[in-house]
Design a protein around this ligand. Structure first.
Ligand SMILES: Nc1ncnc2c1ncn2[C@@H]1O[C@H](COP(=O)(O)OP(=O)(O)O)[C@@H](O)[C@H]1O
Ligand SMILES: [Mg+2]
Length: 293
């Protein structure tokens, strides 16, 4: 099904995530973003042709424009600057890949939430807390917090990630590192939230990963893409309602109309749904990259 990486597997050792393929080059990694789409943790049989390039463009743009906040793993997305052994795959890699520094990843997902939604909303309704942290504010669904909050979770190698408090995260690592990744995550969120709001997108929440290289902590993985963030359309945002997801709603609405039970295998997506979903990804890319390149 994933024939795109067939050739690359011959020369490199690889890890295949739901959407991205990570190829190990020793001290560097090649991250290739495929056209695969997943919803409800299930990967679809049909790709969205062009989605990988769009997501890669967003991630590359973010790495190029946020290094004043925190340094990151990005080296280049120009295939001609990749190692010799990869040149034969230029046609496939062009536009959908980036070369990054290989780090020791800190096994925590650094989640920042500006608005209460998703699992945080469910937890808050039951316990008035998020990640075990009591929330004093009286909030309606999708309402903004007085200030964005940092709600880390463990990166589980199997099963679901576990929400932990900042204090639990700090117990797992050097205090300076815990503070650093928390503060940089909050700064990145605020920077992105302000930029995107002007373009008509609300960044409800997002997830960062960090890794160590020697004594330095760098932003890793992907950042501020639709796959790692919850984007809402500002023009449709209303407190008390659950806003549509900017990028995936078309696919989700189609899935509900089919009555799919969310268990694999996922159904085929009709051509017009594929086309509309891709248009949304293009729109979000243009809003993010827009005129600040
Ligand atoms: N610079 C980096 N160095 C080492 N590992 C990285 C780096 N950037 C991202 N990773 C890791 O690569 C993996 C990407 O896999 P991904 O496609 O997200 O699937 P999954 O999260 O399901 O394993 C993650 O485990 C992530 O932590
Ligand atoms: Mg991941």
């Amino acid at each position: 099904m994933y024939k795109q990486i067939g050739n690359l597997d011959i020369v490199l050792s690889s890890h295949q995530g739901k959407v991205r393929d990570i190829h190990d080059l020793g001290d560097k990694l090649l991250i290739v973003t495929s056209d695969r789409i997943s919803a409800f943790d299930v990967v679809f049989p049909d790709p969205l042709p062009g989605k990988g390039v769009i997501l890669n463009q967003i991630a590359a743009h973010i790495f190029k424009t946020t290094s004043h906040i925190v340094p990151n793993h990005f080296i280049t997305d120009r295939v001609e600057e990749y190692p010799e052994q990869l040149q034969a795959f230029k046609d496939y890699l062009e536009g959908r890949s980036m070369l990054v520094k290989k780090l020791r990843v800190i096994p925590v997902e650094c989640i920042v939430r500006g608005y209460i939604s998703g699992s945080a909303w469910s937890e808050y309704q039951k316990t008035r807390s998020i990640g075990g942290l009591p929330i004093e504010e009286d909030l309606k669904e999708s309402q903004a917090f007085a200030r964005p909050i940092f709600t880390p979770s463990t990166k589980a190698s199997e099963g679901h990630d576990l929400n932990i408090s900042y204090n639990q995260m700090r117990e797992r690592m050097d205090t300076n590192i815990a503070e650093f990744i928390r503060d940089r995550s909050l700064e990145l969120y605020s920077w992105a939230h302000a930029q995107l709001r002007e373009k008509g997108i609300l960044l409800a929440d997002t997830k960062f990963e960090f890794g160590a290289l020697g004594n330095e902590i760098l932003l890793a993985d992907e950042a501020l893409t639709p796959d790692s963030s919850r984007f809402w359309d500002l023009s449709q945002y209303q407190v008390g309602q659950s806003p549509a997801s900017f990028d995936k709603q078309i696919v989700r609405d189609y899935l509900s109309s089919t009555g799919w039970n969310k268990q694999p295998p996922a159904p085929h997506l009709p051509d017009d749904i594929v086309r509309k979903a891709l248009d949304k990804y293009r729109q979000i890319r243009d809003m993010i990259i827009g005129d600040n390149t």
